[in-house]
Design a protein around this ligand. Structure first.
Ligand SMILES: [Mg+2]
Length: 301
């Protein structure tokens, strides 16, 4: 595997997250009225942070990557502990299901029970957010050649906070797609859907199959619903002609900009490599060096 592409997965995720952070929750027309086409890291805005600040998407991806490197394996209980330690730092951005699951974990629930309980108590419409697909991409690197294990650990990484099958299988499809890209597959999303598909929820398959056939569905949505976020971000990540275009397109759609940017960025980073990401973006991200080093360590486990 090309290590530039492995670095691209983590750095692309962080670039999309940080570019989208200041305009999270704004509509496409609000973004364009205020910024034209937003393609620079800017400060203030939503969450009022300095330019290049990452959010929960990259923070939790860091937890997964650091855990893997330290444990030399995917250890979901250790990842859950790291999520809780991050939660204790008082993050400015955290999703509802994640907050509730991490609160339960703090009170002593097992890693595979907290998210399940939260899911069972959540009504349809509030039970399948994008809070696990936004962070799962680091796992595609060490398991690039073992799709069975990759699909399994991706689902487990979701289960910690997001137990809905649309979320758990969404993580599996995204990561098998990224693994295919790292391996230069000709039709990575189609391969991932074929591989994971027989068990995956119909809603997820129906949203992603047109993309695998090369179609661009009308009215791509930007809500925090996992099926919308995955469909839109995979579309942008897979069809753009550069990593920068993928991330800028995803973010400028508005809505859940940081997460759509993060997912599109992980996909586009796997396609084009870290060297294709703008230096002006990477220079603004404090965690870039650590992300690069983690990606290299994940390629050599
Ligand atoms: Mg976020």
């Amino acid at each position: 595997m090309d290590s530039d592409r492995a670095r691209g997965v983590l750095l692309g995720l962080a670039c999309g997250d940080a570019l989208g952070r200041p305009v999270e929750f704004k509509s496409a027309s609000e973004i364009s009225a205020e910024h034209g086409r937003l393609d620079e890291m800017i400060g203030h805005g939503t969450w009022n942070q300095p330019a290049g600040t990452i959010t929960d998407d990259t923070e939790q991806a860091l937890c997964i990557a650091r855990s893997f490197v330290e444990q030399q394996a995917f250890d979901p209980a250790d990842v859950a502990d790291r999520f809780v330690a991050w939660y204790d730092t008082g993050p400015f951005d955290i999703g509802g299901m994640t907050r509730r699951a991490l609160t339960r974990l703090k009170r002593g629930d097992e890693w595979d029970k907290a998210g399940q309980q939260v899911w069972e108590q959540s009504p349809e419409g509030q039970n399948a957010g994008n809070g696990s697909v936004m962070r799962c991409a680091p796992l595609a690197i060490p398991y690039v050649a073992d799709w069975e294990r990759l699909a399994e650990v991706s689902r487990q990484s979701s289960q910690i906070t997001h137990a809905d099958p649309r979320c758990t299988y969404g993580c599996a499809v995204l990561n098998v797609t990224i693994a295919g890209l790292l391996d230069d597959a000709a039709s990575p999303l189609g391969d991932a859907l074929d591989y994971v598909g027989s068990d995956a929820p119909d809603e997820l398959m129906a949203a992603l199959e047109p993309l695998a056939r090369g179609e661009s569905p009308d009215g791509l949505e930007t809500s925090g619903y996992v099926v919308h976020s995955l469909q839109t971000a995979l579309h942008d990540g897979l069809v753009a002609e550069s990593a920068e275009e993928a991330i800028v397109t995803g973010v400028n759609r508005g809505g859940d900009t940081d997460t759509i940017g993060a997912i599109a960025g992980a996909v586009a980073g796997a396609r084009f490599g870290a060297s294709a990401l703008p230096d002006r973006w990477l220079a603004a991200i404090d965690e870039a060096e650590e992300l690069e080093s983690l990606a290299e360590q994940l390629t050599s486990v």
